[in-house]
Each structure stands twice: as structure tokens, then as C-alpha cells.
Design a protein around this ligand. Structure first.
Ligand code: SD4
Length: 318
């Protein structure tokens, strides 16, 4: 079964290829999850990650990324601009510093001191979409983001839309060592300085070498308050399968959303993926439309995730 790599959304297919290439040659999972998600960071057609990621309300492309390995080593960058591969910056923090998280200008300065080249990450397409949003936007920026946009579409349209979302990746190598990565430009049109779940250890991703790892995508605010990825790993530790553990986290996300007076709605997506150190994997999401890519036994496959909403009993049962 091992090695295995899993990642979020359709663009995970290409990212998985790069990761599996490393794993199948005997490489370790940390190298795999860094180089895997870099494929999405480099791809201007992926509108929620790296180069070509949609900007915030001020027209600034701000990136978040984090990486974690089976030895509980962590690197994370928050709200960094003009660096195309924040995941490699996160890896550098993991390898070279006594810290775990660098933010904003400090992260940027550290990148330049270590050989990263500054680059404008706005593409013609993302600039056009930003300008269109500015003209059409009637609501405050915090109420408009890619997930709401996606969820206004039909299920069919959601599944045909290859232009979303954050990439989260979890891999296990031939030695059973698990690592995870997560990288994003966050919600489109977010308030400047807003940070989502992706760079937050425990929310956007988590790994425990004795158990496995998990990663998330979707509306980060909902995942942060559930500390979703940590919860999944702990559920797997207690014996749940990766899919069952993801389902528990999705239930928690919905429960906490219902409790909150401010965001009492279900018009959002959160999806989780999980992989244990035996190579078993699973996913679950709040709503339909979430897909995840799995490369195992030499085959790269895109799966539709099971989802919670439409299971009406769950609201009362929580
Ligand atoms: C965030 N979770 O910044 C990321 C964005 C995302 O679907 O995954 N959108 O909240």
C-alpha cells in the first residue's frame, strides 16, 4: 500500500504526481509534500494558491502556508506577499530556525535573505477578476469569497469547476513516515491581514507520527474554531478510520457554526482529508462538490468526497 499521497481538489492530481515521483523513488514524505504542492503554487490557473491566487480586498495577494512532519517539526508562514512558493519558505523555517511561524514583512525579509526572489503574483486574469469584483461588489468584502461563490452553483457546476481551492496534502512514505502541507491565497477579497486555517497547526493541517495526518480546505474560520485537523488525528488515534475521523470533524464544524450567533448559516464548504501511517485514507466535507486526489499503488485517482449536509438528522443529533 505505501507509499501513498492524498491532496485536496482536482488540482491535487498534478500535485500528487510530483509527490509520488519522489515517494516511489524512496524519497521521504516531507520532500514529497513540499514539492507536491509547489506544482499548484506555480500554476496560474489555480486561483486559490500561489502565483495567480486571487487578491484581498485591497488588491494584494497574501499567501499562507504550513508544513509538518512525523517528528512534529513545523514551519508556517502567514500573510506573506510576493513570494511564489511560501511552502518552501515554511520548510526553511522548519529546517533552519528555532521558530515555527513567521508573518508578513518578517517572513518576506527572511525569504529574501535566503535566496528567494520577489515576484508579482497577480496575473492578468486575477487582476481582471479583482477589478470585476470591485465594480460588482455590493456586500462587504468579508461576506464574499470563493466558497460562497462556488456554493451558489449547482452540484454539477461545482464538480466541473477546476479553479478552486486551497491545496492540502498528506503523504506516507515507504518507511511509514507521514508529513502534511497546506498552501493558499485564502479567501478571495478577504480583509487585508485576514488569516485562515491553512497556516495554523492543528487547523489547516496536523501530523502525529504514531498515527497519521490530516489537512483541510474551505472556509478557514469554520475550521479554526473546530481545530479540525488535530481533531481528526486524535480520532484516528482512538481507532476511527480516516473517513470516520473526517466525518467527526465535519460534524464538529457544523455544530460550532450553529452555536455561533454571527455565522449561523450552512452556506459554506469545509472539506477534510486524512491518511494514517498504514496508508489508509479518507475524506469528508460539509457540502457536496468536494473532491480529493489519491495516488497509491501507481495509480492517481480523483474521488468525490462524502458530505454531511442533506443528512437531515444530523442537525438535531449534534
Ligand atoms: C482559507 N481554507 O484561507 C482557506 C481557503 C480555502 O476554499 O481553502 N478556500 O480559509
Amino acid at each position: 500500500m505505501k507509499p501513498v499521497v492524498i491532496s485536496t481538489w482536482k488540482h491535487g492530481i498534478d500535485a500528487n504526481k510530483a509527490a509520488y515521483d519522489i515517494l516511489s523513488k524512496g524519497g521521504n514524505s516531507l520532500d514529497a509534500v513540499e514539492n507536491g504542492v509547489k506544482v499548484s503554487e506555480d500554476d496560474p490557473t489555480v486561483l486559490s494558491v500561489g502565483y495567480g491566487g486571487l487578491p484581498d480586498a485591497d488588491g494584494r495577494v497574501t499567501l499562507d502556508a504550513a508544513i509538518m512532519d512525523w517528528k512534529a517539526r513545523v514551519g508556517s508562514v502567514i500573510c506573506v506577499e510576493n513570494i511564489k512558493n511560501p511552502i518552501s519558505l515554511a520548510r526553511l523555517i522548519l529546517e533552519n530556525t528555532e521558530h515555527m511561524v513567521l508573518a508578513g514583512d518578517g517572513a518576506y525579509d527572511y525569504a529574501l535573505k535566503n535566496g528567494f526572489k520577489p515576484q508579482n503574483l497577480m496575473t492578468e486574469n486575477s487582476l481582471k477578476r479583482y477589478n470585476d469584483w470591485k465594480v460588482s461588489n455590493k456586500k462587504g468584502p468579508e461576506e464574499i469569497h470563493t466558497d460562497d461563490f462556488i456554493l451558489k452553483k449547482t452540484k454539477k457546476e461545482i464538480n466541473e469547476d477546476g479553479n478552486h481551492d486551497t491545496i492540502g496534502m498528506v503523504a506516507v512514505d515507504k518507511n511509514g513516515h507521514v508529513s502534511a502541507s497546506c498552501t493558499t491565497s485564502g479567501m478571495a477579497w478577504k480583509l487585508h491581514g485576514r488569516v485562515g486555517d491553512s497556516p495554523m497547526i492543528g487547523s489547516g493541517l496536523y501530523v502525529d507520527g504514531e498515527v497519521g495526518g490530516a489537512a483541510s480546505t474551505g472556509r478557514g474560520e469554520e475550521c479554526i474554531r473546530a481545530v479540525g485537523s488535530f481533531l481528526i488525528v486524535e480520532m484516528m488515534r482512538m481507532g476511527l478510520s480516516p473517513k470516520e475521523a473526517c466525518r467527526v470533524a465535519v460534524q464538529r464544524v457544523v455544530k460550532l457554526n450553529l452555536l455561533s450567533s454571527k455565522n449561523r448559516d450552512h452556506i459554506f464548504q469545509v472539506g477534510f482529508i486524512a491518511l494514517n501511517n498504514k496508508g489508509e485514507h479518507g475524506a469528508y466535507s460539509v457540502r457536496s462538490g468536494f473532491q480529493y486526489a489519491v495516488f497509491e499503488n501507481g495509480k492517481n485517482t480523483l474521488y468525490d468526497s462524502e458530505f454531511l449536509i442533506d443528512e437531515e438528522y444530523i442537525i438535531e443529533d449534534l
